[in-house]
Ligand binder design. Structure first.
Ligand code: PHE
Length: 345
């Protein structure tokens, strides 16, 4: 092949540079590369033909062809970088996250009103230096009854509708939180100041005020020289902290096998219409010396008081809920009413 019959070297260069400049994708550029600097390109033809030229032309043609080859390579490289940069910029802008778009809403949970109350009461007693204690929900006869001065055949056993564990020889679902008192006294030396919240179980027909499972919060103080005055003063303080400084309490005589004397504690409740009524809040009393004896605590030296309250009852009072079952139905339309972000922990 002779240069004189092939394309002019300047034409080769300008055609190549124009094609390279026009390549708008990396694929198109690759095609331009094959076309203008590949083995079958016009330029390759010129270079291959140099050896066949008359010796006096070889230098000039070779030099010119090399300059063109370099120019094409430089153009290819530059175009390659430019297209890569364009591609990167395009994918960056296509994949960009718009942080100003509103996010998917996260539904904030809220604590159940019984849990709210439970936590508030714990806080009040922790503030007074009391401890929180826990015990098993499946109890033995001794802790649920006998140690609490409720021996076999005692009418109180028949009064509480107990769930018995089949084949459990007196093993029960605890009917109150009072067995935790026993467990605390068995394992700790007085003085003892403890509150014991948790679920309790009774084989009740479920209605607006009765459930087969509900929650109690028990309190126990054991020290030297405790009296009903301490019990009353502590409960008054507790009610002021929980409900507000204007809430009065009163004590009425009552009976529990494990306290002597025993009282029912009422709170003077003002309803939404401003009407005041005494409402039963909890049961309490001075720890019966027999209970101390069952727990290995010397009744001659130590005195104590205890109380137990139903958490659902108080939560219902506070929030004006008229049916206990609403607290257990897990109906979000009901529960969300009490969804106060401030209560989410
Ligand atoms: N355990 C009693 C109940 O379930 C409540 C109570 C506890 C009463 C402690 C007095 C002292 O009804």
């Amino acid at each position: 092949m002779f240069v004189s019959t092939g394309p002019n070297i300047d034409d080769i260069q300008s055609a190549a540079l124009a094609d390279i400049a026009a390549a708008d994708t990396l694929d198109a550029l690759e095609q331009a590369r094959v076309r203008h600097s590949g083995r079958k390109s016009a330029l390759a033809g010129v270079l291959a033909g140099i050896g066949a030229l008359p010796p006096d032309q070889r230098g000039t043609v070779g030099k010119g062809a090399n300059i063109v080859r370099q120019a094409i390579e430089v153009a290819l490289n530059e175009r390659h970088h430019a297209l890569e940069a364009d591609q990167l910029a395009a994918s960056l802008s296509a994949d960009r996250v718009d942080i100003t778009l509103p996010g998917d809403p996260i539904r904030a949970g809220a604590q159940h009103i019984v849990t709210q109350l439970w936590n508030e009461i714990e806080e009040i007693f922790i503030g007074m230096g009391w401890q929180i204690a826990d015990g098993p929900h499946v109890e033995d006869d001794f802790h649920n009854f006998t140690a609490l001065n409720i021996p076999e055949g005692h009418p109180a056993r028949a009064e509480t509708d107990t769930f018995y564990i089949t084949g459990g020889h007196g093993t029960v679902l605890r009917t109150h939180t009072s067995p935790v008192q026993v467990r605390v006294m068995e394992t700790q030396e007085p003085p003892i100041f403890a509150v014991m919240p948790g679920a309790v179980y009774r084989n009740e027909d479920i209605d607006a005020t009765h459930g087969a499972m509900f929650h109690q919060l028990e309190g126990l103080a054991v020290d030297e020289g405790l009296s009903m005055a301490h019990l009353k003063g502590m409960l008054q303080h507790f009610v002021h902290e929980l409900l507000g400084p204007t809430f009065e309490i009163r004590l009425r005589p009552d009976y529990f096998p494990f306290t002597e004397p025993s009282v029912e504690v009422d709170v003077l409740w003002t309803d939404r219409n401003g009407r005041q009524t005494w409402l039963e809040l909890l049961g309490a009393g001075m720890v019966d010396p027999n209970v101390f004896a069952h727990c290995g605590i010397d009744p001659e030296r130590w005195t104590g008081f205890a109380w137990g309250m139903g958490l659902e009852r108080v939560a219902m009072l506070r929030h004006g809920v008229s049916d206990l079952r609403l607290l257990f139905d897990a109906d979000l339309r009901f529960l969300e009413q009490f969804g106060d972000a401030g209560n989410v922990r």
